[in-house]
Design a binder for this molecule. Structure first.
Ligand code: ADP
Ligand code: MG
Length: 257
């Protein structure tokens, strides 16, 4: 098992953002977390990655409890994420945005950096090569010197994923990666997610509020509504689930989903 979440609860004032969420995801799976806006999807990622401490409940990564650990310790356990609202370093280049993600893994010590020891140069070279590899994979190599803020929106989304991958995660959490993309970009992105999962042997948890976008690629779906899991299962079943239909239509948020 890769990740297990049990009885997870988190409130903000009077709002129960998460209200007893249970689910598990096995190694290599691609699972979608769907639900209307405000149903707790992003909060779930924020709790898993240590941005918020849960009020109750547990999070276990490969059998080891990580609930309440600070974000950098959780990222060292092999969990990386992207954000619903893109969080790149806007005034750094494309290349540097990816390089930065490598830092927790840099093997030379501060002394080596100061004295410019050979190991420093070797490590720098290794990182540079790896960064180039990620950029090529995302067809961003020709933009390596551009500032992140000057990239077209779709490329910024890709760069965020590239940066998450540079931390060498086992588990990749994607928060509405398709937001703001047109249908053909979305299709390419979804194929891309399948591709990187295979290439890097990843386990992927994918948040999306429009159900139809993830129907085609996720093996399983977990549906949140008001912080609770209201359904889980394979996409063809979820689509017909009366509770799910009601959650979506009842609030009129995504009648096109
Ligand atoms: P989703 O990602 O499914 O749209 P969120 O997890 O962002 O939903 O939000 C779930 C609920 O928690 C919403 O009602 C939201 O307003 C509230 N919420 C999320 N984060 C905070 C916060 N930091 N402070 C106060 N309320 C929050
Ligand atoms: Mg969200």
């Amino acid at each position: 098992m890769m990740l297990e979440v049990t009885g997870l609860a988190k409130r903000f004032g009077g709002i129960r953002a998460l209200d007893g969420v249970d689910f598990r995801i096995d190694r290599g799976e691609l699972v979608g977390i769907i639900g209307p806006n405000g149903s707790g999807k992003t909060t779930l990622f924020n709790v898993i990655t240590g941005i918020y401490r849960p009020d109750r409940g547990g999070v276990a990564m490969e059998g080891e409890s990580i609930a309440g650990l600070p974000p950098h310790r959780i990222s060292r356990k092999g969990i990386a994420r992207t954000f619903q609202n893109i969080r790149l370093f806007p005034n750094l280049t494309v290349m540097d945005n990816v390089r930065i993600a490598h830092h927790p893994y840099v093997r030379y010590g501060p002394a080596a950096a100061i004295f410019r020891a050979e190991s420093f140069y070797r490590e720098e070279r290794r990182i540079r090569e790896q960064v180039e590899e990620y950029l090529a994979l995302f067809s961003l190599q020709d933009r390596r010197k551009e500032l992140a803020k000057n990239l077209p929106y779709g490329d910024q989304r890709k760069l965020e994923i590239a940066r998450a991958l540079a931390a060498c995660p086992k588990l990749l959490l994607l928060d509405e990666p398709a937001a703001g993309m047109n249908p053909s970009e979305v299709r390419k992105l979804m194929e891309f997610v399948l591709d990187i999962r295979a290439r890097f042997s990843l386990t992927v948890l994918l948040i999306e509020h429009q159900m139809r976008l993830v129907m085609g690629i996720c093996e399983r779906l977990v549906v949140l509504d008001f912080g609770q899991v209201i359904a889980r299962g394979i996409p063809s079943e979820i689509r017909k689930d009366p509770l799910v239909i009601e959650a979506y239509l009842g609030r009129g948020t995504s009648s096109n989903s």
